[in-house]
Write a protein that binds this ligand. Sequence first.
Ligand code: AMP
Ligand code: MG
Length: 293
Amino acid sequence: MKIDKLIQSFIVPPSQRISLKQDYDPAYKADFLKKEDAQRILQEGIQQLAKYQDTLYAQNTYALLIILQAMDAAGKDSTIKHVMSGINPQGCQVFSFKVPSAEELDHDYLWRYSKALPERGRIGIFNRSYYEEVLVVRVHPEILERQQLPPEAKGKEVWNRRFEEINHFEKYLVSNGIIVLKFFLNVSKEEQKRRFLKRIDQPQKNWKFSFSDVKERGHWDDYMKAYEDVFNHTSTEWAPWYIIPADYKWFTRLAVATVISRQLQSLNLTYPTVNAEHMQELLKAKDALENEK
Ligand code: AMP
Ligand code: MG
């Protein structure tokens, strides 16, 4: 299937070095997909997802952790809104991670993310994640200084060590039934500018913009370098990265929904079967209800 091949092409191959700039085009959209058809295909994907989520919840064995990372205005929020629109809210949770609080800084760096992991049967979304600990913290070393670390934990090797720790953490999660799906929404610098200008020009979008977003944009190249290093160290067999082209929002949504849906499909989820004893009870209950006075 064309779409499966397409999805495969977004995966960062584990143990292969990639170049973000050369290998991943933010403006890519597949020739065989038309924007006019995207809405219908997305709706079908969302319905599929809802069906799988129902069995995930009933089976109560696996959980799905979806990580969304991106530069500002790449479409994280709107992807969550659209892709999750068909999902039963009882089986889903979203956590958005901001600048850590004083309490959070008093703990190890994975603490606040561990606390927010989805329970079995649920889909949990991280809008930003522990990957910020090797992205924004790397681009702004003064943040690392605020993390109360012992001297041996903040030396030159800190980033490689964190990559290794994150890989182990994810391996542990996956081995215990928490599937980890990681998306980078790859927006171009030019498209970010267009979206920022829109946020300034449209009153309903003003709240989404702050001057600090422009300041962060000034560190674009540092961020791209940090992201590339993240992909080259933390795309693993058990938790690979998907780099999703993000200059066209309709394409981003479709791609993310399809990856999630395919991932759930691959689990071959089934509703729990009822044993003979339980079946007897059901029949007894039916009898009692039908003969109620
Ligand atoms: P928003 O764009 O509204 O999601 O803003 C969240 C802000 O919190 C961004 O500027 C992130 O860089 C920042 N942030 C998220 N996680 C961390 C972290 N672990 N350490 C420092 N800043 C963070
Ligand atoms: Mg922001």
